[in-house]
Design a protein around this ligand. Structure first.
Ligand SMILES: NC(=O)c1ccc[n+]([C@@H]2O[C@H](COP(=O)([O-])OP(=O)(O)OC[C@H]3O[C@@H](n4cnc5c(N)ncnc54)[C@H](OP(=O)(O)O)[C@@H]3O)[C@@H](O)[C@H]2O)c1
Length: 299
């Protein structure tokens, strides 16, 4: 039997924080968890977007919705948002690191890091570290990655693409970093005996704002055409959100696992365990990435 939103266990009394909750997969994840009774912290890069999303989702009924401003391209905003959450609630049950940007021309975050590395990886890394103390036993951290992780390489000698920037290589690097962080975090949690699961997920190909935003940022007609031709391969945002919802709530989702769509080349379909990129299985590289990320976040 395929796993669907109907299989999400009752989430009453649980608190979930979702980054990038105003659009695409994040929005569908927020909707599904709120409908199952979770209190959902709708974290968006602006408070206006977060409030508008809460208002929209409130129409569906379900758990309490809390807007939060959290700009992952600014570590000060991440610190501020995490502190606000920790102060208001001493317990988070689900942290879903979902927000992302894909293949823009080279841009820098507030602290001068390459935007994709900053938003997709470093901002979430910092957020997770700051919320670890308030994760309740039984909590889960979900890292939303991509099939691009299979093509990724961590350029330790040029993490910020200063010497050479290829937008797609930088995206793949950041998405590989998500899986490596998921695995390294699980090892660290296990070493501490913490009852927290760290799990990675990817949506296959889902129709969201990710591709149009990327095409607009690069102004590439070829890419726009390619997406039109590839359209039959894409699934809905609601289907694309299932692997991360599975990772967040299914009793069968394993610590240190990676879940994605089980059909057609893992591009679409219902959630299934999927293969982890060999580069992420290099534990020494995962530890190195963790240490470098800690240092960069310290500033
Ligand atoms: N859709 C796919 O086919 C696909 C495939 C593989 C992986 N993914 C991954 O899935 C995740 C969700 O993407 P999506 O497809 O749902 O795309 P989306 O509709 O574009 O949503 C991305 C979300 O990330 C937010 N975001 C971007 N920069 C941010 C920042 N600096 N601070 C805070 N939030 C920021 C966006 O906010 P704004 O609305 O303000 O821009 C938006 O809410 C991403 O991590 C992406 O890499 C998607």
């Amino acid at each position: 039997m395929p796993w669907t939103c109907a299989d999400i266990p009752d989430q009453s009394g649980r608190t979930a924080l979702i980054t990038g909750a105003n659009s695409g997969l994040g929005l569908e994840t927020a909707r599904a968890l709120a409908q199952r009774g979770a209190r959902v912290v709708v974290a968006c890069r602006s408070l206006t977007k977060a409030e508008a999303t809460c208002q929209d989702l409130a129409g569906d009924g379900g758990g309490e919705l809390i807007p939060l401003e959290l700009n992952l391209a600014d570590l000060a905003s991440v610190r501020h948002g995490a502190a606000e959450i920790a102060a208001r609630w001493s317990a988070i049950d689900l942290l879903i690191n979902n927000a992302g940007v894909m293949a823009p021309p080279r841009q820098l975050s507030a602290q001068g890091f390459e935007l994709q590395f900053a938003v997709n990886h470093l901002g979430h890394f910092a957020l997770t570290q700051q919320l670890l103390p308030v994760l309740r036993p039984g909590a889960r951290v979900v890292h939303v990655s991509s099939g691009a992780s299979y093509f990724g390489r961590i350029a330790f000698d040029d993490l910020q693409g200063e010497q050479r920037y290829d937008a797609w290589a930088a995206y793949a690097q950041s998405k590989l970093a998500n899986v490596m962080t998921a695995l390294e975090l699980q090892r660290r949690l296990d070493a501490q005996g913490a009852e927290v699961r760290s799990i990675a997920a990817h949506p296959g190909l889902a129709r969201t704002n990710l591709q149009p935003t990327s095409v607009a940022a690069r102004g590439s007609r070829v890419e726009a055409l390619a997406y039109r031709l590839m359209d039959p391969l894409f699934q809905s945002a609601a289907m694309g959100a299932l692997p991360q919802l599975f990772a967040a709530t299914a009793p069968a989702a394993k610590p240190g696992g990676f879940y994605g769509p089980g059909g057609l080349g893992n591009l679409k379909g219902y959630p299934k365990a999927c293969r982890i990129a060999p580069a992420a299985l290099d534990a020494a590289a995962c530890t190195r990435l963790w240490d470098v990320s800690e240092e960069l976040c310290r500033g």
